[in-house]
Write a protein that binds this ligand. Structure first.
Ligand code: AMP
Length: 213
């Protein structure tokens, strides 16, 4: 099964992807995580990507698509995967469709987590991530037991460069799933829209239901 998770930055996509991956045992592929890993390791790709990421811009399609296609060509993605943060536009969606079609697969579900803008701005400002294991927290909605430290591994929590308030608005404007991308999956009959303005657990439950239906 191949699943696409769609939603604006701050809709809870990353958190829900971690939960869905745990519940379904699907391979979780996050292009944002892959770029951050490259930035951390100071690879050539990371250096290029960070010039876009730091401004809240999308990394160019050519680079992003190449990275994603390489990732899904590995054996662990043979049976299925859940894509988080990819595709961001129709060009990327078509590249993914074509790569899957070439191996006799397709996207089975596109799950859209919908949340209004003002709520997104307040959420993005409060996001913290464990430097060690990548677990996500939120100051207001999902705080760690000890401020600044990860519940799971005790690692240091940090705020992403692109979660700073001045970058948040740019990211929202530039990175909301575009209407034609949503339409692409609606036309394919695989789109399911989920109200993201509820508790984490309620949203996870709806996502799992949408997968089962
Ligand atoms: P995310 O963790 O999905 O919010 O991604 C963090 C940053 O990585 C984004 O702001 C983009 O700069 C870049 N990025 C991640 N996925 C993509 C993608 N599919 N296309 C272009 N840029 C991406």
């Amino acid at each position: 099964m191949f699943i696409v998770l769609l939603g604006p930055p701050g809709a809870g996509k990353g958190t829900q992807a971690q939960r869905l991956a745990a519940a379904t045992r699907l391979l979780h592929i996050s292009t944002g995580d892959m770029f951050r890993e490259n930035v951390k390791n100071q690879t050539e790709l990371g250096q290029l990507a960070s010039t876009f990421m730091d401004k809240g811009d999308l990394v160019p399609d050519g680079v992003t698509i190449r990275m994603l296609l390489e990732r899904i060509s590995r054996p662990d993605a043979a049976e299925g995967a859940m894509f988080d943060g990819f595709p961001r536009n129709v060009v990327q969606a078509i590249a993914l469709d074509e790569a899957l079609a070439a191996r006799g697969s397709k996207i089975d579900r596109a799950l859209l987590i919908a949340v209004p803008d003002d709520e997104l701005i307040s959420r993005l400002g409060g996001r913290w991530i464990c430097r060690n294991c990548g677990t996500l927290y939120h100051e207001r909605n999902d705080p760690p037991r000890v401020p600044g430290a990860c519940d799971r591994c005790g690692g240091e929590l940090y705020q992403r460069e692109d979660d700073r308030p001045e970058v948040v608005r740019t990211r929202l404007e530039k990175q909301k799933p575009p209407a034609d991308l949503i339409q692409h999956y609606r036309d394919a009959g695989v789109l399911r829209e989920i109200d993201g303005l509820r508790s984490l657990d309620a949203v996870t439950e709806s996502l799992l239901e949408a997968l089962a239906r």
